[in-house]
Structures are given as structure tokens and as C-alpha cells.
Design a protein around this ligand. Structure first.
Ligand SMILES: [Zn+2]
Length: 355
């Protein structure tokens, strides 16, 4: 009733848009009640991310355009990108950032995963460097926010002088949001490249389960941690290791990776944040602080049987449902907010002739 009288506009959009929005609300309250996230807040036209989801709807993908019900054909800026055949499309998310519109599709596709035979590696995630690997290689932190901070501050001051609602005001806002979009893209690109390389070339990847939420309470560190996107790094490793047949080992945060000597195993009582190198009083080892931690993490990962997906042996037939995106910087980029959209069916024996 309410729908028919007061909410006429609801008939103008596909009905699944509203259903999906309600589903989001349900998910948000479940997450809130289980302590995973804060209290759900009301969406507003100004503040909220501008996005909607379409499911169960006929979505047609062609090389240069997509057809969405009630909207019609929409031309794609990046062509031949979205999968148009060989996959089942579940739904689409349409979003807007800095005046640009993005579409990401949720598709189901079958992949054959070969068990990865690469070396074992330990990864220490950091602020100074995004990642330090136990083999001595590093991934530097692009810190895009720091790079654009001054420019943003200048624009912010300029904005304050402009009249609200004026064209100048809108232009200024637009310039700022374009910079924020660039920051996001640089960050995304670095993390995607690093996690892909790891998942492709290593058999077992050890990472520390970082208490990101606790660390973010420390305001001085918070900005940099946000920049470094630790949580995102681990989340991507989680699904990419499934794709490339490698295993992810998350090591408990109580493990003294930083305080322990990676050669003799002695554990120091304390290790200040400023100490950049680990010097062992017992065996005399002198090593970069983060490299020492990475080696310790590797040693645990190598000996661990508690890997999240190391159970996979032999050839694995997996069905992975992933959103494809034309907004990402990498073709396999996944931008869903949680791992929920991914599932894996392991098929042992049967036609493949396993055990
Ligand atoms: Zn030692």
C-alpha cells in the first residue's frame, strides 16, 4: 500500500534494486549484531556511496555495451572487457565516483586449478614498506594519500571561500573527488599487482593476522594503515590463492614475529617501533627488522598444516563466483566488499579419476 501511494518512483526502477537494498540492510544489521562492524547508518543522497545492484534480471553483455532492464543499452567506455560468453551472470552493481559510472558483474565461471609448486614465502605487512618478503624482495608503499595531501588541502581551502551551490563550488568539489578516485586507483593497483604475483608464484603464503581495527585506534598510525590497506591485501590473497592453487596461512597475532630471532629463535622482551634492525644478543644476527619478521612468518607457514586451503591436493575443479569489473586496473580485479560472493566446489575423484 505504502509502495503504491507514496513511493510511486519504486515502479520506475527494477524491483530487485529495492530488494537488494533491503538485503544490504539485513546484512548490515547482522554484521552489527555480531560485532563485525558499527551500527548501520541511514543513507543519504549526499553522503552515501552512489550505487545500486541489479540481480535476477536479464542483463545482456555485448562487446561495446550492456543492456539493463528499464535502463536500456548503456555504452561501455572500455570495450571487450566484460565477459560476454562462457559465464553465467548473476547480477550487476552500478556505481558512481567522481562523475564516472562503473559497472561490475557477478559471474560464475569454472576454472581448473593446478596445485602451485612454487616456494613458501612469509610476508610482513608494514607501513614503511607495504610488504617485505622472506626472500628479501619488497613491495614499496605508494602512499598515494601523502602524495596528494597538499593538493587536497589547497582545494579544501579554496572550497571554503566559494559560495555553496555555485558553479565554482561544484567544480572544486569535482576536482577533489577526481583526486580521491586517483588515490583509490593507485592503492588498488599496487595491492592487486602484489597479491597476484604472490598467489601465482608461491605455493604457501604466510601472513600475520593483523589486528587492523585495534591499530586504527592509534590515530598517528591510522592514516598510514589506511593507506597501506592491510586488510585488503589479506582479503585478496584469500581468494587469489584459491584461483592459483596456492595456500594462505594466517598466523596468530600473538606470535612474536618481530621480537624473535629468525636464526636462533631467541625472543626479545621488547622491540621499539623505532628500531629498524634486529640485533640478536645470542647469535649475533643483524638483519632488517621486517625481513626478520617475514622469515619467522615463513618458518611458521612452512611447518603449518593449518592452512586455509592447503587441503586441496591433486587437480582441483573449482567453480568460483566472482564479480568482474570494468573499473579495475587488472582484469581479474574483484571489488566486492566481502568474500561472500566467492564459493568453491572441490571435486575429488569422480570423472577426473582422483582418489
Ligand atoms: Zn639469534
Amino acid at each position: 500500500m505504502l509502495k503504491r501511494t507514496r513511493l510511486q518512483w519504486m515502479y520506475e526502477v527494477p524491483k530487485c534494486v529495492a530488494q537488494e537494498a533491503l538485503r544490504d540492510l539485513t546484512r548490515a544489521s547482522i554484521r552489527y549484531r555480531s560485532g563485525l562492524s558499527g551500527r548501520p547508518v541511514m543513507k543519504t543522497k549526499k553522503r552515501s556511496s552512489r550505487a545500486f545492484r541489479i540481480t535476477n534480471d536479464r542483463i545482456t553483455v555485448q562487446n561495446e555495451r550492456v543492456r539493463l532492464s528499464k535502463i536500456g543499452f548503456v555504452k561501455l567506455k572500455e570495450k571487450n572487457y566484460l565477459p560476454s560468453r562462457g559465464v553465467r551472470i548473476f547480477g550487476a552493481t552500478i556505481s558512481e565516483r567522481a562523475g564516472r559510472w562503473f559497472i561490475s558483474l557477478q559471474v560464475s565461471t569454472e576454472i581448473n586449478v593446478q596445485i602451485n609448486t612454487g616456494p613458501v614465502v612469509g610476508v610482513d605487512l608494514g607501513i614503511r614498506r607495504l610488504a617485505t618478503l622472506s626472500d628479501g624482495t619488497t613491495v614499496s608503499n605508494p602512499r598515494p594519500f601523502a602524495r596528494f595531501e597538499q593538493k587536497l588541502r589547497r582545494l579544501d581551502r579554496a572550497l571554503a571561500r566559494k559560495k555553496r551551490g555555485s558553479k565554482n563550488y561544484a567544480d572544486c568539489r569535482q576536482r577533489m573527488s577526481t583526486i580521491y578516485l586517483r588515490i583509490t586507483n593507485i592503492r588498488k593497483d599496487t595491492v592487486h599487482k602484489a597479491t597476484s604475483r604472490l598467489a601465482r608464484t608461491k605455493s604457501v603464503i604466510g601472513v600475520e593476522d593483523l589486528p587492523v581495527r585495534n591499530m586504527q585506534k592509534n590515530r598517528a598510525l591510522a592514516k598510514h594503515i589506511h593507506d597501506a590497506a592491510f586488510g585488503e591485501f589479506v582479503r585478496q590473497l584469500h581468494y587469489k590463492t584459491v584461483w592459483y592453487g596456492s595456500a594462505l596461512v594466517r598466523i596468530s597475532r600473538v606470535f612474536p614475529s618481530t621480537k624473535m630471532c629468525s636464526r636462533c629463535g631467541r625472543v626479545k622482551r621488547s622491540m621499539g617501533l623505532q628500531e629498524r634492525s634486529y640485533e640478536c644478543g645470542s647469535c649475533g644476527l643483524m638483519i632488517d627488522r621486517d625481513l626478520n619478521a617475514a622469515i619467522n612468518i615463513k618458518n611458521v607457514a612452512a611447518g603449518s598444516t593449518d592452512t586455509e586451503n592447503a587441503r586441496l591436493t591433486g587437480e582441483v575443479h573449482a567453480i568460483v563466483q566472482v564479480p568482474w569489473s570494468d573499473a579495475g586496473t587488472e582484469r581479474q580485479a574483484v571489488t566486492s566488499a566481502d568474500g561472500e560472493q566467492m564459493y568453491l566446489r572441490v571435486n575429488r575423484g569422480g570423472n577426473e579419476g582422483g582418489e
